[in-house]
Ligand binder design. Structure first.
Ligand SMILES: *[C@@H]1O[C@H](CO)[C@@H](O)[C@H](O)[C@H]1NC(C)=O
Ligand SMILES: *[C@@H]1O[C@H](CO)[C@@H](O)[C@H](O)[C@H]1NC(C)=O
Ligand SMILES: *[C@@H]1O[C@H](CO)[C@@H](O)[C@H](O)[C@H]1NC(C)=O
Ligand SMILES: *[C@@H]1O[C@H](CO)[C@@H](O)[C@H](O)[C@H]1NC(C)=O
Ligand SMILES: *[C@@H]1O[C@H](CO)[C@@H](O)[C@H](O)[C@H]1NC(C)=O
Ligand SMILES: *[C@@H]1O[C@H](CO)[C@@H](O)[C@H](O)[C@H]1NC(C)=O
Ligand SMILES: *[C@@H]1O[C@H](CO)[C@@H](O)[C@H](O)[C@H]1NC(C)=O
Ligand SMILES: *[C@@H]1O[C@H](CO)[C@@H](O)[C@H](O)[C@H]1NC(C)=O
Length: 515
């Protein structure tokens, strides 16, 4: 372990001290250094100013701090992480336009790896209105492009605790579609990074979530599974804390599992934490199954989980920092060597859809395809006024979609595994598509394309086969539920009055619920 002092000295020196941080590899349910030594996570959540633990409605005007762009912050904080024997940090928001070179180099020099969340408070898969769409896909790709050039980035979470209770189980289908498409993107780009998900620990859903994220075709399952667990509080034990249950459940999981957040603060707040669970997490029977954990969290916030208090530009260690330092000094995790390890885990079968689990595992939401969406937008005869503020969308969607058939092509039903071809378009594209469908359905009457001047007519491109541009549309485990019939009218009543105007209606109507 590098001492904090030595690290500071080395950070001050110029240039060429790049310690070799080889990219990690995954074999079965374990991470390894390329030399065959197992990598067991000793992590810290490193995020200033954003409360983690949710995918609450993202807001375009929200702000967040990218933890890995400020050289001075990294120079201030990395020595503290080294003191805590840290080998990985988790961040909760990457600005793809930021420059991460300095921080990533300092982390590499300290032997510290990174797992970054792809979303941030301005854009993420929203559990209340779950989508996997063009905007999210484009943004996630930018983050992956920015971060995958660093060898010490292990990978990414497509979401954090998106499904969090029984009313949001249908959001998991969109999370899994994101996993599928980001994995394919990483593969196409030949990046070394992996794609995972960070799940919450709600007692009635945790099994289904863990099964769902690693079920069916392996191309749709996570590369690693993060699990936010706060069950061990204070002076607990393996039975009371649920750790024994966790060991048993994940025994045969086929990809690495680790605590993506831990550190219960119920007994005396952050400062009162004893970190007995740290000792437990690194015992042999835990590390046989799980790959360590990530302490939540570095910075003290209102939710009171911090290790340090930030004031101005300086940080002060809180009481739990020193306690954690001691706990970390006393652990001695015993990994296995890559060559002696024969993985025996397997994927689950997908949880069945029932009253408390509303995401079908076989047919996932379609892969976002900007070309197909733009094609359908250009085929529309009615589009949102240029520059229309997103806050005006809701009212128009509600009005237009009161006639369900108009909006069939943009909606999805995770419980049935049925998705409209254009359910993967951005909100702006969807609005243009349904405005056109509505306008056509009302025979292009001028009062059906106004909405107080928020919509305006345009000349349609006349294209009717836009769905064909989305080759993997509707694919779940290599199957297509919509593409074969896309672009063919299915004879919904009232459609097809006039061939030229009916085309878009047909396009939209046929895109949904093709059996
Ligand atoms: C393998 O590499 C890691 C990281 O560089 C190092 O910590 C570990 O000691 C190495 N293992 C062996 C057996 O050399
Ligand atoms: C940000 O947007 C939300 C609605 O999305 C609004 O309630 C809030 O007032 C806005 N905040 C600022 C600072 O504009
Ligand atoms: C489920 O979670 C949502 C979003 O966090 C919350 O608004 C809702 O009240 C929760 N419902 C239940 C039944 O717990
Ligand atoms: C998800 O389930 C909730 C609660 O049952 C429901 O209100 C919402 O419309 C569903 N969303 C989707 C996309 O199916
Ligand atoms: C794991 O080991 C601890 C003691 O180190 C023990 O209390 C616990 O029951 C063990 N769990 C299992 C599942 O064997
Ligand atoms: C739904 O299925 C899960 C198993 O996947 C089961 O644990 C749960 O009790 C079921 N819920 C209902 C309401 O049947
Ligand atoms: C049109 O947009 C404005 C804001 O840009 C909004 O106040 C108004 O309610 C919208 N009208 C309709 C019918 O959506
Ligand atoms: C595709 O879906 C059809 C209809 O649901 C099913 O019969 C077929 O077996 C599926 N094919 C694959 C490869 O999963």
């Amino acid at each position: 372990m590098v001492s904090a002092k030595a690290l500071i000295a080395s950070l001050a020196a110029t240039g060429a001290l790049a310690a070799d941080v080889p990219s990690l590899q995954i074999k079965g349910s374990k991470f390894f250094y390329p030399n065959g030594t197992q990598f067991i996570i000793r992590g810290i959540a490193y995020q200033q100013g954003v409360s983690a633990g949710g995918s609450d409605a993202p807001s375009t005007n929200a702000t967040f701090i990218d933890s890995l762009v400020s050289k001075s912050n990294c120079a201030r904080d990395i020595p503290n992480m080294v003191t805590l024997n840290t080998n990985l940090i988790r961040t909760y928001g990457v600005d793809p336009d930021g420059n991460h070179d300095d921080c990533m180099q300092m982390l590499a020099d300290a032997g510290i790896y990174v797992i970054a969340d792809l979303g941030n408070p301005t854009i993420s898969i929203n559990r209340a209105d779950p989508q996997w769409n063009v905007d999210l896909f484009n943004f996630f790709k930018k983050v992956v492009d920015t971060m995958s050039k660093y060898p010490n980035v292990v990978g990414f979470f497509v979401g954090n605790e998106v499904t969090n209770n029984q009313t949001t189980t249908n959001a998991s289908a969109y999370v899994k579609a994101a996993v599928r498409d980001m994995k394919q993107y990483v593969k196409d780009q030949k990046y070394h990074t992996g794609i995972g998900y960070a799940a919450d620990d709600s007692g009635d859903l945790r099994d289904q979530i863990a099964e769902y994220m690693n079920c069916g075709d392996v191309s749709t399952g996570v590369d690693f599974y993060g699990y936010n667990v706060y069950e061990w509080c204070g002076d607990s034990d393996f039975e009371t804390s649920g750790y024994n249950r966790i060991i048993n459940f994940f025994q045969d999981y086929s990809v690495p599992v680790f605590f993506a957040e831990y550190g219960c603060n119920k007994n005396g707040g952050a400062a009162g934490r004893k970190w007995y669970e740290t000792a437990a997490i690194y015992t042999k029977n835990m590390t046989d199954v799980l790959s360590g954990g990530i302490v939540y969290e570095y910075f003290q916030e209102e939710n009171d989980y911090g290790l340090v208090e930030l004031s101005g530009s300086t940080v002060k260690k809180l009481d739990d920092f020193d306690t954690l330092e001691k706990a970390m000094q006393n652990i001695d995790p015993q990994g296995v060597s890559m060559s002696s390890y024969n993985p025996s885990g397997k994927a689950f079968s997908c949880p069945s859809v029932n009253a408390t689990w509303q995401s079908d595992g076989k047919s996932l939401p379609p892969t976002p395809n900007d070309n197909a969406c733009e094609c359908a937008v250009s085929a529309s005869t009615c589009v949102p006024k240029k520059g229309l503020d997103k806050s005006a969308y809701g009212t128009i969607f509600n009005y237009v979609c009161a006639d369900g058939s108009v909006c069939a092509g943009i909606t999805g039903d995770p419980s049935k595994g049925k998705y409209g071809t254009y359910s993967m378009c951005s909100d702006a594209q969807k609005l243009a598509i349904v405005l056109g469908a509505y306008h056509s359905k009302h025979s292009d009457a001028s009062d059906s394309c106004s909405f107080d001047g928020n919509a305006t007519t345009q000349k349609s491109s006349g294209k009717t086969d836009c769905a064909k541009l989305a080759p993997s549309s509707g694919s779940g485990s290599g199957n297509s539920s919509t593409k074969d019939n896309a672009g063919v009218a299915v004879g919904a009543p009232g459609y097809g009055v006039v061939a030229s105007v009916a085309s878009l209606v047909a396009l939209v109507a046929s895109a949904m619920f093709v059996m």
